[in-house]
Ligand binder design. Structure first.
Ligand code: PMP
Length: 382
């Protein structure tokens, strides 16, 4: 039976589907190889804290019951960790859900949002789902172009997204940049400050965004347990803001949105400094190793504050990605291809994974002609 497609909301047709990195098992099956390496989704190669795994095992028998809806015990631990009152915290099914809730809470049809491009793609999707208009402003020298973004901001701009450090470029804005931005934004606009990679950032002038929350500014800071805490598969992230903003977000939150294993693992992770320190050290070592390797080869890359690097292959990056995939190394090329067609994004891995990446990178570059022509002008997102 061929059913006629059902009518959908118009917004559905404008949404670009999110393309997650290919799972390793799928790559290995397709290529008929083993030992492939995935450096495509900015996951933590060291894995979660043993304490988190133990907490999950202990919580497992309880999965017949719905989870604690308010994340009561986790919230208490998190409040102590970030030094904010519990009423300033919102827990989500990944920070993705916090961003989605912000869009559902603050956007009416006819409103708009402002964001950089390339940046995290869900800002655009969440805006479209809420029937609002995403205004994408090309980055300048790989950085959010705040003056240009402010030029696109008007009285119908409800959300202004800043990804810090920015995915995929790894660049960051400083504390004074953000202080200045908050002074300039209209008072009807919420600054959504996405710090998914916060724990990796170490620049001395990196923002203390929670100071702005404590000052009662209109800012929602989002963070996640998916990256340094290595709990991506559990889906848990959080937002921090003034209590009135948190209360508004609660209106759009589905019940029981954070599962019980995630709550248990996140709480245990917060208590394990060792895992965080080891992960930072591993990341720093990878950054040094890859920076030197790129320098030796005369390859341009963007200095990063995150757990990934944005690298100029000086070739058609899509073809570089295919060549590397054939050699069992999965990296990311894609959403930014319209602006940076020669760039790939690689997640910083273990020493062995990084060496493997460089081998495949060298082989792919040797196999392909130099190529610099952008296929489409920067900033015109397809
Ligand atoms: N923000 C940024 C910048 C990201 O890169 C990601 C995931 N890759 C997220 C938010 C969402 O992360 P999660 O839902 O796993 O917390």
């Amino acid at each position: 039976m061929t059913a006629r497609p059902l009518p959908t909301r118009d917004a559905i047709h404008r949404i670009r589907p999110y393309r997650p990195g290919k799972p390793l098992q799928e790559v290995e099956r397709e290529l008929g190889i083993t030992g492939a390496v995935k450096l495509a989704s900015n996951e933590n190669p060291l894995g979660p804290s043993p304490a988190a795994l133990a907490a999950m095992r202990a919580a497992a028998p309880e999965v017949a019951f719905y989870p604690e809806d308010t994340c009561h015990t986790l919230k208490r631990a998190l409040a102590a960790h970030v030094d904010l009152p519990e009423e300033c915290l919102f827990l989500g099914n990944g920070s993705d859900e916090v961003l989605h809730s912000a869009a559902l809470t603050y956007l009416n049809p006819g409103d708009n949002t402002v964001m950089a491009v390339p940046s995290f793609v869900m800002y655009e999707t969440d805006t479209l789902v809420a029937d609002a208009e995403p205004r994408q402003v090309p980055v300048r020298d790989f950085l959010h172009d705040l003056p240009a973004m402010l030029d696109r901001t008007d009285e119908r701009t409800r959300l202004f997204f800043v990804c810090n450090p920015n995915n995929p470029t790894g660049t960051y804005l400083s504390h004074s940049d953000i202080a200045d931005l908050l002074d300039r934004l209209p008072d009807t606009c919420l600054l959504v400050f996405d710090e998914a990679y916060y724990e990796y950032a170490d620049a001395p002038d990196y923002p203390c965004a929670l100071d702005f929350v404590r000052q009662g500014r209109s800012i929602l800071v989002t963070r996640t347990f998916s990256k340094i805490y290595a709990l991506a598969g559990l889906r848990i992230g959080y937002g921090m803001a003034r209590p009135d903003i948190i209360q508004a977000l609660q209106q759009t939150r589905p019940p029981f949105n954070v599962n019980s294993l995630a709550q248990a693992a996140a709480e245990a992770s917060l208590a394990d400094d060792t895992q965080v320190t080891r992960s930072r050290e591993c990341n720093q070592a990878a950054k040094t190793y890859l920076s030197e390797a790129f320098q030796e080869r005369g390859v341009a890359f963007v200095p990063t504050q995150a757990n990934f690097m944005f690298v100029d292959t000086a070739r058609d990056a899509r073809r570089v990605g295919e060549e590397m995939l054939r050699r069992g190394v999965v990296i990311r090329v894609g959403d930014w291809i319209f602006a940076y067609p020669t760039y790939l994004r690689v997640t910083l891995g273990t020493p062995a994974q990084n060496r493997r990446f460089i081998e495949a990178f060298d082989a792919a570059r040797s196999a392909l002609p130099q190529w610099r022509e952008p296929s489409v002008a920067a900033g015109t997102a397809a």
